[in-house]
Design a protein around this ligand. Structure first.
Ligand SMILES: NC(=O)c1ccc[n+]([C@@H]2O[C@H](COP(=O)([O-])OP(=O)(O)OC[C@H]3O[C@@H](n4cnc5c(N)ncnc54)[C@H](OP(=O)(O)O)[C@@H]3O)[C@@H](O)[C@H]2O)c1
Length: 307
């Protein structure tokens, strides 16, 4: 099968289009014929070796953790899915190796969700990692009706979904973003605030009593977060492990097919909007990584593998 691979940690020069064996499909697994994958910052962070202290890798690595496609085969005793089912998954595994930037990927059935009619493969591939992270952050913070919640990076892949889910839960959400994204946040019921110079003061203006909870989805904002958190407030970060030294929680997303199915149902019902920035071909992963690194994408970056 065609797959994007790298043979060692490094930069984009390590990426090659190669021919790899179609993965086996073991007990409890489904093999997905990939139609779409999506890019997350973690893909290029893993490639650079940035997660080596946390996760083992077996080379060559096929990068990519988000997938949508069609079940091509099911393993022994895997009654949950049938050949031909449309599915999506956050396909992270214990060992970094057989990712989703390929024509086929095998994934544990527990991590896989059926894609409802009316949800495109582009959207289905864009939801898993960001959506499951958003849910986990909000649960960690126990966000509930009436909470004043600050979301740093509210217009990003995780932030846009977390903000919508928090608004739906009845929280009063303030979100930081570039001014170009402020209308987009206002439209989902979030009070937008520009990040950068003067952020602390702007946050005090919009929330003079402080925030009940702060979700750091970007890193590097710990001091400001602690300053604007009210006494006894809750703090969590997906991008800064030092949050734990200040009583906060460092959140790490886990694969979860059941919760992914709930998210996709919300999308199908029109209650959760997913934004796609643009799509790249599988052989253009380097361009897709560059767009992700630039931080200028407005929405998820999708990889088209097949139709
Ligand atoms: N721990 C976990 O489980 C986990 C899971 C998912 C992601 N992450 C990490 O979380 C981060 C965000 O992921 P993502 O997928 O949401 O990334 P993304 O889609 O690339 O979004 C990044 C966003 O950051 C915003 N931004 C840049 N500088 C900012 C600043 N100083 N203050 C506030 N916002 C700023 C940008 O907003 P504008 O476009 O409006 O400027 C952009 O929308 C990445 O570091 C990723 O690796 C961790």
């Amino acid at each position: 099968m065609r797959a994007m691979t790298y043979d060692r940690y490094g930069d984009d020069d390590e990426l090659r289009m190669t021919d790899r064996p179609i993965p086996k499909v073991g007990p409890g697994e489904v093999r997905i014929r990939v139609t779409r994958a999506s890019v997350n910052p973690v893909d290029w962070k893993v490639m650079s070796g940035g997660l080596d202290a946390l996760m083992d890798a077996t080379f060559p690595v096929i990068p990519g953790w988000d997938v949508a496609g069609v079940v091509d085969a099911v393993g022994p005793d895997t009654p949950e899915f049938t050949e031909g089912d449309r599915v999506a998954a956050y396909a992270r595994k214990q060992i970094v190796s057989a990712g989703t930037f390929a024509e086929y990927v095998s994934v544990m059935a527990d991590d896989v969700a059926a894609v409802p009619d009316g949800v495109s493969d582009d959207i289905a591939a864009a939801v898993p990692l960001t959506g499951l992270t958003a849910l986990r952050v909000l649960e960690t913070l126990a966000v509930t009706k009436g909470d004043a919640l600050l979301v740093h990076a509210a217009s990003g892949g995780v932030g846009y979904l977390a903000s919508q889910l928090a608004v739906a839960a009845g929280a009063k959400v303030v979100g930081t973003a570039s001014p170009a994204n402020h209308d987009k946040l206002s439209a989902i019921g979030v009070t937008p605030v520009a990040y950068g110079e003067g952020l602390r003061e702007r946050l005090r203006d919009v929330a003079p009593d402080g925030f009940d909870a702060v979700a750091d989805l970007v890193g590097g904002v710990l001091d400001i977060s602690l300053d604007v958190l009210r006494e006894g407030g809750r703090l969590a970060s997906i991008a800064d492990p030092t949050v734990e030294e200040h009583g906060g929680r460092w959140v790490w997303v886990r694969p979860d097919g059941e919760r992914l199915a709930q998210l996709l149902d919300e999308v199908a019902a029109g209650r959760l909007e997913v934004e796609i920035d643009r799509s790249f071909a599988l052989e253009d992963i380097t361009k897709a990584f560059a767009a992700s690194r630039s931080g200028s994408a407005t929405g998820k970056i999708v990889i088209t593998v097949a139709d």
